[in-house]
Design a protein around this ligand. Structure first.
Ligand code: KIV
Length: 269
């Protein structure tokens, strides 16, 4: 099973790693066959599985249920699980709710926010729970942003995000995930923290890992698809098309042919 240490080693060797969201056993098995390095049991399941229009209705029990299903079927990938909306608002909530998803099989929890969560990160880490911090476009704050939009578009905003990362890493954050930010900022953050794997979704080609929502990269998203998505299913045919699409994504991330310039936000900071 891939560990956090393995992901750190990949970063130290300048190698990239793949990550996809996953919520069920069949897809988790397909990802094991395809060799996907890491899996995010994302609260995006509120939309992809439950049919809501945001991640806000998702509960800790939902996250634990889907984490257990994925872990049973996949013994290869590193697993991280989102703590859903308002489930880490106090230090004690964060601790108790992390316990639920870690005992269900997660190797790390992911929470959304900046420097104001440093005490939460410190407390979780002290209690043996590795934390990935999600910054940039944080979907649990969609109503604060007024929509799913590019973040950190100016030098000042980018510097603020970097300061948040610094405070969180000092507090013990073991991984960073950047969503929907300029490619230049993805590169800066990745280079600034040599021991912290940085995963990107719409954060350019230079982050250590790439993540996509699996339904997006399999062409199962109806309506508007984000700029950073590539449909890997479109290139496949035959009876193993889904596993082949997953393999193709894994290869493209490792050899850095995905994302290319058309999937990234080119903003001069
Ligand atoms: O919940 C999720 O799928 C996520 C990804 C968009 C990174 O947080």
């Amino acid at each position: 099973m891939i560990s956090l240490h393995d992901l750190r080693q990949l970063k130290a060797q300048g190698k990239k790693f793949s990550c996809l969201t996953c919520y069920d056993a069949s897809m988790a098995k397909a990802m094991q066959v395809a060799g996907i390095d890491s899996i995010l049991i994302g609260d995006s399941l509120g939309m992809t599985i439950q049919g809501h229009d945001s991640t806000l209705p998702v509960t800790v029990a939902d996250m634990a249920y889907h984490t257990a299903a994925v872990r049973r079927a996949n013994q290869h990938a590193f697993l991280m699980t989102d703590l859903p909306f308002m489930s880490y608002a106090t230090l004690n909530d964060a601790l108790q709710n992390s316990r639920m998803v870690m005992q269900a099989g997660a190797q790390m929890v992911k929470i959304e926010g900046g420097a104001w969560l440093a005490d939460t990160v410190k407390n979780l880490t002290r209690n043996g729970i590795p934390v990935c911090m999600h910054l940039g476009l944080t979907p649990q704050s969609v109503h604060v942003f007024g929509g799913y939009k590019l973040q950190a578009k100016t030098r000042d905003a980018a510097d603020q995000l970097i300061e948040d990362c610094r405070a969180l890493v000092e507090a013990g954050a073991a991984m960073l995930l950047l969503e929907c930010v300029p490619a230049q900022l993805g590169k800066e953050v990745t280079e600034l923290f040599p021991h912290i794997p940085v995963i990107g979704i719409g954060a350019g080609k230079d982050t250590d890992g790439q993540v996509l929502v699996v339904q997006d990269m399999l062409g199962l998203t109806f309506g508007k698809v984000a700029k950073f998505v590539r449909n890997f299913m479109a290139e496949q045919s035959g009876e193993h098309a889904i596993v082949d699409a997953l393999k193709s994504y894994h290869q493209a991330v490792l050899e850095q042919s995905f994302p290319n310039i058309e999937h990234t936000f080119q903003v001069e900071l």
